[in-house]
Design a protein around this ligand. Sequence first.
Ligand code: BES
Ligand code: MN
Length: 458
Amino acid sequence: MQGVIDYLEQNESRFVSELCEYLRFPSVSAQPKHRSDMQACAAWLVKHCRQIGLEARLCSTPGHPIVVAKTPRGKAKGRRRPHFVVYGHYDVQPPEPLELWKSPPFEPRIANGVLYARGASDNKGQNLAHLKAVEAYLKTGTELPCDITFVIEGEEEVGSSSLASFLRKHRAELACDAIVISDTGMPTLKHPALTYALRGIIGFEVTLRGPSRDLHSGIFGGTVDNPAMALCQLLGKLRDDNGHVTIPGFYEGVQPLSAYERKQFARLPFNTRDYQKFLGVPRLFGERGFTPLEQRSTRPTLEINGLTSGYQGEGSKTIVPAWACAKITVRLVPNQEPAQVMKRIGQHLKKLCPSTVRLETEWGHGAEPYLVSPTGPQAQAALRALKSAFGYEPVLAREGGSIPIVNDFKKILHADSLLLGLALPDCNAHSPNETFHLSCFAKGQLMAAHLWQELSKC
Ligand code: BES
Ligand code: MN
């Protein structure tokens, strides 16, 4: 192992430049104009995996390609050799609004030990850390105690629609003891985290249509409903002043937090004033009766992600817009059924919609929430690897984000996911000026190197 650790240390600066190379691809899965950049990024990854000694291939899908890379298979000594899948994604969120970036999103920049670029922490930096740990084993001739298969996809940020059928098709090849994923966060460098729960998600768009075209608001205004106004009124009815979602049945099945969990949450470092300042809000807002840490990871929420209607150009234009549209996502917690919640939302929207406009609802991605026991032997092994690499006692965390595919890993491959996130809270994922701390990158490699030793003992 010392050889592996030395290798990681000696090659750190090269690893950072390779990460920068990876980050230069504008691999934005949501935007069709980046289709060829997605291809190029995946091809780069395959080439990179081959260079470090993995057997790698590009698997095309109806959407963006999936990269599969395997360590040379070792011989089982006595007992069956363990096999782990490392999952990650090379696609990134759209970088807009571009004018808020201090340097261009796809021109990586390093300042004070922090790397700035879209995808730096979500998720290129995190999956490259795993690849580098394996590189260290392969290039130093250190025997890996297990077989490893990397599955790095290009559709995570748009709902992973091709991956489930890919898993079904390659079920035998991907059969494994656990999935390892570094695509979550940790509270601070002194609080490395094992995440044992993620929220699920439902995405949809609501459009209200009024007149057959934009109308002169002076001539016709007052005689027809204004779709923008009607949409605002409708959306406003979806929550009350206590931050409670008012859709009937929305909270059905949601479990109250156990005293144990509340105690765990209270152990995590959190300062309301710093948090408020960090987010730039005049005051926090959330469901009454829960702390901010609880609100953002253990409670279901409904958020408007985008709102469009009427004239948005320079100056003014006096119209009653023909339509108004909202992009919405709902985050789900354990025991909420996506299909059931969708049904409830659909019914409620119909009930709320006035007869003066037409309602259209288009359903997008959906994913179940995830919860796994943090007390099993693999979780304990992961905690030991975190402790060895970071030098601090790890914490158990629940996170508010979603990784849609973890439930498919469970259903199709019957394997649990170990969520070992390397992003710090100031990583600006999905925001302008996304970051990845180089110390997280280095510590992440070290953690991954220890992980294979620890996990293979289970
Ligand atoms: N890495 C995130 C998920 C995440 C972030 C989990 C922070 C826990 C903490 C992932 O890339 C992501 O952003 N997922 C999307 C999924 C959606 C587009 C279906 C999300 O959560 O919005
Ligand atoms: Mn993301």
